[in-house]
Design a protein around this ligand. Structure first.
Ligand SMILES: [Zn+2]
Length: 200
C-alpha cells in the first residue's frame, strides 16, 4: 500500500501515462510539483491546457498547427510541385530544420505494419491520392524511417501512387539504418534529401 496521499498517487498515475515517463520519473516529477510554488504550477497547467486547445491537425497536410490550413500549406512561395511524405507530424520539424526543403508536406500518420495491425487503409493514403488529383504535384519525396516498416510502406506507396508525369523518390542515403528522422542531424537530413533516389 502506498504511504503517499491519494492526490499525489493520482498525479503519479497520470504522469506515468505520458510517453517516456516511467513510474520512477513520474514519481519524481509529481513530488517536485507538489512542493513547487503554486503560481508556477498553475502556469504549467495553463500552458498545457492552452496548447491543447489551440493545436489542431492541418486539414490538408496533417501538420500540428494553430490555424488550418497551416502556414506551410498557405505559403505561396513554397513549391507546390514537390511533396514530402512523412510518418508523423513531428517529422515535418526535422525536415524543416534541414533548411533546404522548399516544397510541401503530407503526414501519413504511421507506417504499414501488419504485426501491429496497421494496414494501408489506416494511413492517410487516400487523402494523398486526392491531393495528387487536385494539386500540381510533380514529385513525391518519401521521407520515412529506414526500418522494415519504412521500407515496406515506401515500396507500397511507390506502387500505389505510380502515375504518368509523377516522379516518386525516397530519401535514405546516410540516414542511420533502422531509425526515424528524429535521429538524423541537419546535415545528414540535408544529404539524404539531396541524394534521394527515384523509385519509379
Ligand atoms: Zn498543412
Amino acid at each position: 500500500m502506498s504511504s503517499l496521499p491519494d492526490s499525489i498517487t493520482q498525479l503519479i498515475a497520470a504522469l506515468a501515462k505520458l510517453p517516456g515517463f516511467g513510474p520512477r520519473s513520474a514519481e519524481r516529477i509529481a513530488l517536485h510539483l507538489v512542493q513547487t510554488d503554486s503560481a508556477a504550477v498553475r502556469q504549467l497547467a495553463d500552458a498545457i491546457l492552452i496548447a491543447r486547445e489551440k493545436i489542431q491537425f492541418c486539414t490538408i497536410c496533417g501538420a500540428l498547427t494553430e490555424k488550418s490550413p497551416c502556414p506551410i500549406c498557405d505559403d505561396l512561395r513554397r513549391d507546390s510541385a514537390l511533396l514530402c511524405v512523412v510518418e508523423r507530424a513531428v517529422d515535418i520539424l526535422s525536415v524543416e530544420k534541414s533548411g533546404t526543403f522548399r516544397g510541401k508536406f503530407h503526414v501519413l500518420g504511421g507506417k504499414i505494419s501488419p504485426l501491429d495491425g496497421v494496414e494501408p487503409e489506416d494511413l492517410k493514403i487516400s487523402d494523398l491520392e486526392k491531393r495528387l488529383a487536385g494539386e500540381p504535384i510533380k514529385e513525391i519525396i518519401i521521407a520515412l524511417g529506414t526500418d522494415v516498416e519504412g521500407d515496406a510502406t515506401s515500396n507500397y506507396l511507390a506502387k500505389r501512387l505510380a502515375r504518368g508525369g509523377l516522379k516518386i523518390s525516397r530519401i535514405g542515403f546516410g540516414l542511420p539504418a533502422g531509425s526515424g528522422l528524429e535521429f538524423a542531424d541537419e546535415l545528414t537530413l540535408n544529404r539524404a534529401l539531396e541524394s534521394r533516389r527515384e523509385m519509379t
